[in-house]
Ligand binder design. Structure first.
Ligand code: NAP
Length: 277
């Protein structure tokens, strides 16, 4: 077992295993694909995943419905986080942060997830056309009404995070981050300093090549490149909560096992140095 702490308390009161599951790749395009998605979601919980990330935008709500079908009534300790504020007109991704829209989407997520309160509701994207304070204010109102327990943000800067925290507590940030893309380093450091969970999306996809320095470390440790990429993230910060996305039960199990992979300081630093700070 790795000496890296495997539990993180989101918002101080939601303990989760630090290796979560990103549900975006669990599709419902055909009955057979949906059945496979349901069994992958169930397998995740069986092996110890306690944090699953979804969004209203994933197949326009079908992803949330699929998770509810797979896992409701939810076992104690399972946290399903969802997001709102990224619309999909014609398949495009368009930020839509008008307060009335965020409110409607949260209500629909409550219904699809079959819960009375969403544990973690994340603003999927900041809408540049709507005053930021109004978007955060809409989330605060949902929280005040008990419809959501905690507020998270996605793809934000440190300045936006600071501004949001003047309006309401923020317990998580979901930004793109991985071994080779550390544009959000300053946000991660801010989160670590303030005990805010940092949920890196795209945590492994750029790292799964079968050659290169990562693959060399993986071969030496009898692990896979994806596992090394995840172990590096877990060691990078105690607030890191990766949500690797997969449609494969085999990859799910492989990814979760990365929590038990110990990276030596030499390997950790060597990988760290692949991208200049
Ligand atoms: N906040 C945002 O704006 C935002 C944006 C994008 C995604 N997300 C969230 O973040 C989650 C993770 O992001 P992501 O799914 O885009 O990226 P990712 O987890 O880095 O990569 C997923 C890809 O890697 C493959 N993969 C997974 N495990 C593997 C393994 N062990 N070995 C080899 N290949 C493996 C998957 O294919 P297989 O299906 O074949 O395993 C899939 O193609 C999403 O599921 C979603 O919940 C959030």
């Amino acid at each position: 077992m790795s000496s890296v702490e495997t539990t993180l308390r989101i918002g101080g009161d939601l303990p989760v295993h630090r290796l979560g599951l990103g549900a975006m790749r669990l599709h419902s395009t055909t009955p057979a694909v949906r059945a496979a998605s349901i069994s992958t979601a169930r397998r995740a919980v069986e092996i110890g995943v306690t944090f699953i990330d979804t969004a209203d935008a994933y197949e326009l709500g079908l992803n949330e419905e699929m998770l509810a079908e797979a896992l409701h009534p939810y076992p104690d300790g399972l946290v399903i986080a969802t997001k709102g504020g990224h619309a999909r007109p014609g398949g495009a991704w368009v930020p839509l942060g008008r307060p009335e829209y965020l409110r409607q989407q949260a209500e629909l997520s409550l219904r699809r997830l079959r819960v009375e309160r969403i544990d973690l509701y994340q603003l999927h994207r900041v809408d540049p056309k709507v005053p930021f304070a109004e978007q955060i204010g809409a989330l605060r109102q949902l929280r005040d009404e008990g419809k959501i327990r905690h507020i998270g943000l996605s793809q934000v800067s440190v300045d936006q995070l600071v501004e949001a925290r003047r309006i309401t507590p923020v317990v998580s940030v979901q930004n793109r981050y991985n071994l080779t893309d550390r544009a959000s380093e300053a946000v991660l450091e801010y989160c670590q300093a303030h005990g805010i969970a940092f949920i890196p999306w795209l945590p492994i996809k750029p790292s799964v090549a079968s050659d290169g320095p990562l693959a060399e470390v993986a071969a030496r440790l009898d692990a896979t490149p994806a596992q090394v990429a995840l172990a590096w993230l877990l060691r990078r910060s105690p607030v890191m909560l990766p949500i690797p996305g997969t449609s494969s039960t085999r990859h799910l199990e492989e990814n979760f096992a990365a929590a038990g992979l110990e990276l030596s300081t030499k390997d950790y630093s060597g990988l760290d140095a692949l991208v200049p700070a």
